[in-house]
Design a protein around this ligand. Structure first.
Ligand code: ATP
Length: 199
């Protein structure tokens, strides 16, 4: 599996639709300061479901939408699509290519798609659990993040190893099951109360 290409439109400094072709192996993006190199990494982070504007170096989520320049009006939406080669079926999705799309409108309306079909953020998260690719995966290491990892709390470092070891999805499932059990427990207590009242 590898990132094959990405299409960006209206996201941060990319007003026009651009298509970046990537290949297996290492791809370097070079350019002058402020030309948008980090915005490309932000686009990948965003399409994978980043919800924190701060992580995207903005004040609020609408800041990712192209805000205009001297010669160009602001745009009304931002759209990013990444296409991963999945010929090896590393992702549990039965297609040779998997395209994840995220769009956000100034109205606040937003949508996610998997291969062109609307889906929930949860579906995207589940697809990428334990692959290292999700927004919290180790495949995107932002500026300053290496220091953060080295000097971070042991629990934070542990999360990285959990992801690499492939146990995150089990931990999430366990947490969901425990929550369900708790809900059922309180339902049982309520039923017992009602029975006690009736007796
Ligand atoms: P450096 O080498 O200094 O780290 P860089 O190439 O990584 O720079 P970025 O940080 O990716 O550059 O891009 C910064 C540019 O993106 C700035 O010129 C900023 O004005 C522009 N920018 C960020 N958000 C928006 C937005 N919503 N609309 C328009 N331009 C934006």
């Amino acid at each position: 599996m590898y990132l094959k290409y990405m299409e960006i439109q209206g996201f941060k400094s990319f007003a026009n639709k651009i298509r970046l072709e990537l290949h297996e192996g290492v791809t370097g993006i070079v350019g002058p300061n402020g030309s948008g190199k980090s915005n490309v990494a932000d686009a990948v982070r965003w399409v994978l479901g980043e919800q924190s504007a701060r992580q995207l170096r903005g004040g609020n989520m609408q800041d990712v939408i192209f805000s205009g320049t001297e010669n160009r009006k602001p745009l009304g939406f931002a759209s990013v699509a990444i296409t991963l080669d999945n010929a090896d079926r590393a992702l549990k999705f039965d297609a040779d290519e998997v395209t994840v799309t995220r769009r956000l409108y100034r109205s606040g309306e937003s949508e996610y798609q998997l291969n062109g079909v609307n889906c929930r953020l949860r579906d995207i998260n589940e697809l990428f659990y334990d692959t290292g690719i999700g927004k919290e995966g180790y495949s995107i290491i932002g500026q300053g993040q290496i220091d953060q990892i080295l000097s971070g709390k042991p629990e934070d470092r542990r999360a990285l190893f959990d992801e690499a070891a492939g146990i995150v999805k089990f931990k999430r499932r366990k947490a969901a099951s425990l929550k369900k059990l708790e809900e059922e427990q309180s339902n049982l207590t309520r039923v017992n109360d009602i029975i006690a009242e009736l007796e």
